[in-house]
Design a protein around this ligand. Structure first.
Ligand code: CDP
Length: 430
């Protein structure tokens, strides 16, 4: 198996780590922060009271260091002589000395070898200064990210860090061994005016242009639907609804390439009509879980709805029970459809949504798929029960995949509401 390497280089505080981590999560690679390796060695040198400017002493100590590079989920880890330098890597004294240590050729030689080792085991997105020029010069996937010095300085101080960005840049760019530069074949991306999402989007399109196998915008394990046959009763509903939607409403789907087709997903959609659940169910070829008003579970409904994986929900009051059920279903690996607004729209507009869906998303920690339905309110207006031949369009948005830090930040009532709002904004933007 050949593994792919994405090389991201750039000056201090240009946003390399954030981009690399997001790409790792989105594309299914391991993110290797090469700067953390140089920082870890600097930590060890300082803790041994060696003068970082004394390159002979640094090289000698380095020869004895046992550096172990591993991974924890999508992130790289490093230990030196059984010590864990991770909590100290961004201390001011490390910021102040890392460029001196990293300019020593023996340090680079040892760490570059460890960096290349990662590619023997997995796909990597590695960020640093010389990844595209020295570590993986042959990879076609190279991005050089940059930002105005003022923007970079303020990003660092916003992080509460004491760091002289320009001083480090000057040292990193002027050293003889592996200086910071735009590698051959790298595409330059200026992030000064971009949001994090904007940077990621631009990077994904650069990688696409460089031929990175993106499978739409998703890693293969998310974009390929597993072969799990539907039970006949589910299939019957799925097929009957799907066929009638296509003939009666000219059902059109936009953004299919964004659709996460395997594993647990919280599908969040606006709600226009009774047509909506099977409409969303028809986006997939495997079964999913829905919710239906408690009052529908009578007569044949009592038997049929559970067959279609519908869970009864109380629409009249906040229903902690059903929130817990969704979280449980997601944790079991199901794809679940929720309507954050709760009820169907009266006027076609998207209404307010409460904190519930944010709570589900934060607690379950699964990818969120924003979806927007157009025209179902005309095809079957609320309150009339009359079907009209109106065109229905479903737009599938890019998934929201939250990093562990982001998940943690969305906690408590306000945090859940903020996440709900983010999901609703993603739906409205479609
Ligand atoms: O996060 P930030 O951009 O501030 O820096 P970093 O990526 O953590 O790198 C810290 C220092 O390590 C840099 O200033 C360089 O001196 C050195 N470094 C390097 O020489 N080569 C690399 N591939 C990565 C980092």
């Amino acid at each position: 198996m050949t593994y792919h390497a994405i090389a991201i280089d750039g000056p201090a505080a240009s946003g390399k780590s954030t981009l690399a981590r997001t790409l790792a999560e989105k594309l299914g690679l391991v993110m290797v922060n090469s700067g953390a390796m140089y920082r870890a060695v600097t930590w060890k040198i300082l803790s041994e009271k060696i003068d970082p400017k004394d390159s002979a002493a640094v090289a000698e100590s380095l020869g004895k260091m046992n550096i172990v590079c591993g991974r924890d989920g999508v992130l790289s880890t490093i230990r030196i002589d059984d010590g864990d330098p991770t909590p100290f890597l961004r201390n001011p004294e490390i910021n102040a000395n890392v460029s001196t240590v990293s300019a020593i050729p023996q340090v680079r030689e040892k760490l570059v070898r460890l960096q290349r080792d990662y590619l023997q085991r997995t796909h990597v997105v590695m960020e640093g200064r010389d990844i595209g020029s020295v570590v993986f010069p042959n990879t076609p996937f190279k991005i050089y990210i940059d930002a105005d010095p003022s923007v970079r300085n303020s990003r660092r101080s916003d992080d509460g860090e004491e760091d002289s960005v320009e001083k480090r840049d000057a040292a990193d760019s002027s050293r003889t061994t592996a200086p910071l530069k735009v590698a051959d074949g790298a595409t330059v991306l200026d992030t000064s005016k971009l949001t994090v999402e904007g940077v990621v989007e631009a990077a994904v399109s650069i990688l696409k242009g460089q031929g990175f196998p993106l499978h739409g915008t998703l890693p293969p394990e998310l974009s390929e639907e597993p072969h799990i046959p539907m039970r006949w009763i589910y299939w019957l509903g799925w097929m009957a609804f799907g066929a009638s939607y296509r003939t009666l409403f000219g059902l059109r789907i936009i953004g299919d390439e964004n659709l996460i087709k395997s594993g647990p997903v919280l599908v969040a959609s606006n709600h226009q009509s009774f047509l909506d659940p099977p409409l969303i169910g028809n986006l997939y070829k495997t079964e999913m879980v829905f919710f239906a008003r408690k009052t529908l579970f009578k007569g044949i409904g009592k038997w049929l709805y559970p067959q279609w994986n519908a869970i009864p929900v109380d629409q009249d009051r906040p229903d902690m029970g059903s929130i817990k059920t969704v979280i449980r279903k997601l944790k079991q690996g199901w794809r679940v459809l929720v309507f954050p607004e709760g009820a169907r729209t009266l006027d076609g507009k998207i209404g307010e949504a409460a904190a519930g869906v944010g709570m589900i998303a934060a607690k379950a920690g699964v990818p969120i798929q924003p979806v927007r339905i157009f025209g179902a309110d005309k095809a079957l207006p609320r309150g009339t029960g009359k079907v009209t031949l109106a065109r229905i369009t479903v737009k599938v948005g890019k998934p929201i995949i939250l990093s562990p830090e982001e998940l943690k930040s969305y906690s408590g009532k306000e945090g859940y509401q903020a996440l709900t709002d983010r999901i609703m904004d993603a739906i409205k933007a479609l």
